[in-house]
Design a protein around this ligand. Structure first.
Ligand code: ATP
Length: 367
């Protein structure tokens, strides 16, 4: 499933140069983005980056200051929220406290004037979908957080929207329930063949659930890609540091025979694929699991190796993270899975060791 990679696929939702200003504050800044049908798409970013505003404009609760939002080839401008084939599930779930689960789910359908028998049928379907048949008569306060979340989901799916917008859908759940619910949401989305756009500030959640992620900052999209691409090939320091852990090995561009070379304080040199100005700052980003700690000097073509000293050791059960101090004073993190580590003597504090990485593990980032 990768419609975004197909040049003939038409996007289902398109933001075209969308800007939203509140007074003189720009919340969304000339943003363009395509989302495909049946995609589980995440908007990921820190607080205030404009992700909820983007979702609210898609739902029709806010109007863009300029630009256009298209859905299935039609402009949404001037179309009120209730006439859009889009439904939104809020973080607070916004359930009616005095109404039973059943009545909460039926509410929107009743407002639309759906005949009673049809409502009953649809509600029964929804209760089954979210596995709450036994809870139909309960009030929200008689439910757990996870059950309330499922009622909210059933209610927002009852009208059979083509697109479901979810604003921090799992925010109110504890860690274990969140993880379970992530998989339930993914199953449901797949089964119903819907397009989900989810807003989250939780990178793990975005990585687990979505087909693609848009990483946002200051009202702009910095990178749109699959979770693996975002992690393996971040396009900027911002994305590399926002997603997962990373070692930034800083350096400067030197020119040799007209070619640009990155040289770091640790003595690593890397030929750069493009010509950059001499003296420009460039970083080599290396993920902790790509850094290897060893007693023997590592061999192999092109392997970058640095001397270092074990500074700290953190044991996490499944893996161990070594903090290694380099001669420049910089501390880098190297992680290794405990299940796959060799039987050599464990490293000790202050031990002199080598840290190394394969050439393809270093991601060159400008700026
Ligand atoms: P969070 O994760 O904290 O909800 P967010 O990325 O969803 O953040 P938005 O809610 O989209 O952020 O808000 C983006 C910016 O726009 C924020 O700085 C916010 O204060 C501002 N903003 C949002 N709505 C309004 C409004 N109605 N009036 C004025 N400013 C607003």
């Amino acid at each position: 499933f990768a419609p975004w990679a197909d040049p003939n696929a038409k996007p289902f939702i398109s933001f075209r140069n969308v800007t939203k200003r509140f007074g003189d504050f720009t919340a969304v800044d000339n943003l363009s983005l395509d989302i495909y049908t049946r995609e589980f798409f995440a908007l990921l970013g820190g607080s205030g980056c404009g992700k909820s505003t983007l979702l609210r404009m898609l739902a029709g609760f806010e109007q863009p200051t300029s630009g256009e939002i298209m859905l299935d080839g039609q402009s949404l401008s001037g179309i009120p929220p209730y006439r859009r084939p889009v439904n939104m599930m809020f973080q607070s779930y916004a359930l009616f406290p005095h109404m039973s689960v059943e009545k909460n789910i039926a509410f929107g359908l009743k407002q639309d004037g759906m005949p009673k028998t049809e409502i009953a049928e649809r509600v029964a379907q929804m209760l089954k979908l979210v596995k709450l048949e036994a809870f139909a008569a309960r009030k929200p306060h008689q439910l757990s957080g996870g059950q309330r979340q499922r009622v909210a989901l059933a209610r927002s799916l009852a009208k059979r929207p083509k697109v479901l917008l979810l604003d921090e859908p799992l925010g109110a759940l504890d860690k274990k329930l969140r993880e379970e619910t992530q998989f339930e949401l993914m199953d449901l989305q797949y089964e119903l063949g819907l397009t989900f756009v989810v807003v989250t500030h939780d990178q793990e959640e975005a990585m687990t659930m979505s087909d693609r992620i848009a990483v946002m900052s200051h009202g702009r999209v910095i990178q749109v890609a699959t979770p693996a691409e975002i992690y393996e090939a971040p396009n900027s320091r911002f994305v590399a540091e926002f997603i997962g852990d990373v070692n930034m090995i800083e350096g400067k561009v030197a020119l040799e025979d007209g070619r640009s070379i990155l040289r770091t304080a640790e003595g690593i040199s890397v030929a750069l694929p493009e010509t950059l100005a001499e003296g420009q700052s460039v970083a080599l980003a290396v993920r902790p699991e790509k850094l290897k700690v060893s007693r023997q000097q590592p061999e192999g073509a092109g392997v970058h190796a640095m001397r270092g000293e074990i500074w700290d050791i953190a044991y996490f059960g499944d893996m161990t993270v070594f903090h290694v101090k380099l001669p420049s004073g910089k501390i880098v993190k190297a992680s290794s899975l405990n299940a796959t580590r060799g039987v050599e003597d464990p490293f000790g504090y202050d031990e002199q060791i080598w840290v190394s990485f394969e050439p393809q593990a270093g991601i060159v980032l400008k700026g």
